[in-house]
Design a protein around this ligand. Structure first.
Ligand code: SF4
Length: 269
């Protein structure tokens, strides 16, 4: 049995680790789930044991994401930005590979997010011996999002990351929260989610995500026409589509492809 604290289940082992001074790292995308998780964790974990880490997606993430994380982070909680060491953006990598990632082969997440975040967390632990090489890595995935996420274990020892004396657990503190509860947590804390939600998006992170709904792709295309033009141009160049359905963006969004002679960084006419 687990006890419910501040709207989340805290596994007994996790509770013991928090009491023993373990580092609790919050992976944040700046999206609503990360934001609600941060609010809830800041109520049960001492601030000096909390750390936020964000993997910036540079030109493909929603503008203002880092500023939003900074503005909504509880006082005293440091934020680390986990950049890719190669300096290559997601669009660079897609161009190199000649293919977009897919839900089944989601190298975008491991390349651009999980890898850099885990690297930074290892560095932070090493530089802060007071945590005794023990870490709980919290992520905001929810069961409601997809069958694959519903199957995830909310509290799990990480074999892969527990090396060289390090003890690493992965925790999904808001796994059983609904979308409505997530927005309630944010509102009740006196905060607002990133403005992209109010403009019609249902998810944040990459503006154009391989798993986005048609409605989100259309909204994103209307809100970010320059980036939309770059994605359309990239689809044409590599002959592969963002959508696993194989339908190109203009067909999915109903918004025409930019003119072939349009420079890729120019705004749509
Ligand atoms: S938001 Fe979508 S496209 Fe971007 S890294 Fe995550 S899964 Fe890949």
């Amino acid at each position: 049995m687990t006890r419910r604290d501040a709207g989340i289940h805290v596994p007994p082992e996790c509770r013991d680790m928090i009491r023993a001074g373990t580092l609790v790292a919050i992976s944040t995308s700046g999206g609503k789930d990360s934001q609600a998780m941060t609010i809830l964790l800041s109520r049960i974990v001492p601030r000096d044991q909390l750390l936020a880490v964000h993997a910036p997606l540079e030109d493909v993430e929603w503008p203002g994401t880092i500023e939003h994380i900074e503005a909504t982070l509880p006082g005293g909680v440091p934020l680390i930005l986990a950049h890719v060491t190669s300096g290559k953006t997601l669009l660079d990598r897609i161009e190199e590979r000649g293919r977009f990632p897919s839900p089944g082969v989601r190298w975008c997440t491991s390349d651009q997010k999980r890898g850099p975040i885990e690297r930074e967390l290892r560095r932070f632990l090493k530089a802060n011996p007071r945590f005794g090489d023990r870490i709980v890595s919290a992520m905001g995935m929810r069961a409601e999002e997809s069958p694959a996420r519903a199957r995830k274990t909310p509290w799990k020892f990480s074999e892969r990351n527990s090396r060289a004396g390090r003890t690493w657990f992965d925790w999904l503190p808001i796994h059983d929260l609904t979308e409505g509860q997530v927005f309630d947590v944010i509102r009740d804390a006196g905060q607002a989610p990133h403005p992209a939600y109010a403009m019609g998006m249902s998810r944040l992170s990459c503006v154009f995500c391989i798993m986005a709904s048609r409605a989100d792709l259309r909204t994103a295309a209307l809100l970010q026409p320059q980036l939309y033009a770059r994605y359309c141009a990239l689809e044409r160049r590599i002959g592969h589509t963002l959508s696993p359905s194989g339908a190109p963006l203009p067909e999915l969004t109903g918004i025409p492809m930019p003119r072939p002679d349009l420079p890729v960084d120019a705004p749509l006419p």
